[in-house]
Design a protein. Structure first.
Length: 416
């Protein structure tokens, strides 16, 4: 979960180092109608039809009467295996990976999405310089020409990565929850316009987690930081859906988080190991909050790294097939499943980096989040090596890449 990291804010300097972001990242920190059908992000991509061959292969000529290949399929057929693997990663930019260092890592590892993994008060103009630099790396050699999701944790209150001129202070989710859903949707649309104008096209928000009444002070990742809209699934769900719809109207993708919920744990998985939820069960009524997000069309849903004793006592959620299945059955979600931080979080530190990424993908995840480059590089190398030697795992990679490319197509990041 990318929870609040209290690192000092840095100001972004000019072009080459515009990717420098300061301090703290907050990925952690993820009943009624939402109105629309299940999200389009996971539908219609045909990822299973993507080639399973090794890097550099292209599809053969179509038969005369064959149905034309989709944009996603055509894009997949042009990507090398390393580029497909790279699409599975959302990697945090920070001071030592800015500018030329970021470009060097991109040439080698082909990461498909970038994250403002720290707080900055530099303002929208400097952030726009950074995002322009990032998008300039979407070359045929680096990403096969596929453009980047550039993300931030822009929730409000203590969790607002981007501040300064052009980014008005957003109220905490607890205050947003006092607005009517229609009012919140309008506010989120304005916040989304600010992000979009600065080149940020993915907001790792809203938090959908339910914090039971009277327990906020003992809940480090959500309640202590005022990250919940309220204390009921219906209230959280309606407000989370409004936030999603407002951002979507501005052209900004969103991620609900942190399934199956961090509202009932004590520790923050960013800073604490062995974080366990002992009460959330597969039939927990609070899981309904995530169905609101799915029905609102949220393209991403973030999985926590806590362990849920009543769902799968043997695996952290991000590595649990049972949790991934529950996301589909209880929440009705079929979009891109994104991890909470698997790079720097204390809760996963005892697991070798490469093993984290492979286990997440094998469990049913699609996009791996890493707050920094070093663990992401280890994870990408491990995933690529496994894909090159294991046809079944290669198919898993292709399916995940197809889902991510489908989301990217929806947000104008493919060039078919």
């Amino acid at each position: 979960m990318i929870t609040h990291r209290s690192r000092p804010a840095l100001s972004l300097t000019a072009a080459a180092s515009a990717t420098a972001l300061a301090g703290a990242a907050l990925l952690t920190g993820c009943g009624g109608s939402g109105g629309s059908s299940a999200p389009a992000a996971g539908a219609g991509s045909s990822p299973a039809a993507a080639p399973a061959s090794a890097a550099g292969s292209t599809s053969s000529a179509a038969a005369p009467n064959a149905t034309p290949a989709s944009c996603v399929d055509r894009t997949m057929s042009k990507l090398t295996e390393a580029q497909r693997v790279g699409q599975l990663f959302l990697v945090g930019m920070s001071g030592d990976s800015a500018g030329s260092a970021t470009a060097t890592a991109e040439r080698q590892y082909h990461f498909g999405s970038m994250l403002f993994a720290a707080n900055t008060s530099a303002g929208a103009q400097q952030v726009a310089t950074t995002t322009k630099f990032v998008q300039s790396l979407a070359t045929p050699a680096d990403t096969g020409g596929v453009r980047f999701f550039v993300a931030a944790n822009q929730e409000g209150g203590q969790v607002q990565n981007l501040k300064g001129a052009g980014f008005p202070d957003m109220p905490a989710a607890t205050a947003q929850g006092q607005l009517s859903p229609s009012q919140l949707q309008g506010e989120a649309a304005e916040w989304g316009k600010d992000l979009k104008a600065a080149g940020v096209n993915l907001d790792l928000a809203p938090v959908m987690d339910v914090v039971p009444p009277g327990t906020a002070s003992s809940n480090a990742p959500i309640g202590q930081l005022d990250r919940e809209f309220g204390s009921t699934a219906a209230g959280n769900g309606a407000h989370g859906a409004a936030f999603i719809k407002g951002m979507t109207s501005a052209g900004v993708a969103t991620s609900g988080k942190h399934f199956p919920g961090l509202g009932k744990v004590a520790g923050n998985t960013d800073f604490t190991a062995n974080v366990v939820d002992t009460s959330t069960a597969p039939n927990d009524p609070d899981l309904a909050t995530y169905r609101y997000a799915a029905q609102a069309g949220v393209p991403f849903m973030m999985i926590a790294t806590a362990t849920y004793k009543e769902i799968d006592p043997s695996h952290m959620a991000a590595f649990s097939p049972a949790v991934m299945k529950l996301l589909k059955t209880a929440a009705g979600f079929n979009g891109v499943v994104i991890s909470d931080d698997l790079g720097d979080a204390a809760n996963v530190a005892s697991i070798p980096a490469g093993q984290r990424a492979i286990a997440f993908l094998q469990a049913g995840g699609d996009m791996v989040t890493s707050q920094s480059f070093a663990p992401a590089e280890q994870m990408e190398a491990a995933v690529l090596s496994r894909a090159q030697s294991d046809p079944s795992f290669r198919s898993t990679v292709n399916t995940a890449a197809g889902k991510i490319l489908t989301a990217k197509q929806k947000y104008g990041l493919l060039s078919c």
